[in-house]
Design a protein around this ligand. Structure first.
Ligand code: SF4
Length: 174
């Protein structure tokens, strides 16, 4: 079988909740991705769906989780560095599971040759531009989730669902 990368076909890792899978903590899917672009990428065989949290055994629904620690600044990079933790609203520390989710998602991206990912912004796993601030008050701050931090450290470009047109332009440039 031909290697897609030789044919210029970039595979895109994508948050499963963005393609309609009801895997979010609240049992819903996530809207906001460009449906026409998604349909084309899907038809082209580019999409590699993953829910990093469900992949490591979290149930759906599940309690919401946020990144806490290291004051106002903590994000997924700090979790990878052991400087912050991921905590559910119930108080349960789920840092170890989030770290495993990050490792497994990087392994998937590597195995499938994904140099780009479109992930759901705001998530403690998949966020790329903002996350919730650890207070469970609905407040957000700039930052990225644990999976995004690990993917970026591995050289994968991570885009939010609102940046799909920019990714399309980047793919066209090659
Ligand atoms: Fe799963 Fe990421 Fe979607 Fe959360 S944002 S439900 S971890 S794919």
């Amino acid at each position: 079988m031909a290697d897609d990368s030789l044919l210029g076909m970039e595979r895109i890792l994508i948050s499963a909740c963005l393609i309609g899978q009801p895997v979010r903590y609240d049992g819903a899917a996530k809207t906001g991705a460009d449906p026409a672009l998604l349909a084309r990428w899907r038809a082209e065989g580019r999409l590699v769906p993953v829910c990093p949290e469900v992949a490591v055994g979290f149930p759906t629904p599940r309690p919401p989780a946020e990144i806490a620690g290291r004051g106002e600044e903590a994000d997924g990079r700090d979790v990878l560095d052991g400087l912050a933790r991921v905590v559910e609203a119930t108080g349960t520390d789920v840092t170890a599971q989030y770290l495993r989710a990050a490792q497994e998602t990087v392994a998937l991206a590597t195995a499938r040759g994904c140099r780009h990912a479109v992930l759901t912004d705001g998530s403690p796993s998949c966020g790329s531009g903002f996350i919730y601030d650890g207070s469970f008050s609905g407040a957000t701050r700039p930052g990225m989730g644990v999976v995004t931090a690990a993917l970026r450290a591995a050289g994968v470009r991570v885009w939010a669902q609102g940046e799909m047109a920019q990714l399309e332009a980047a793919l066209a440039e090659g």
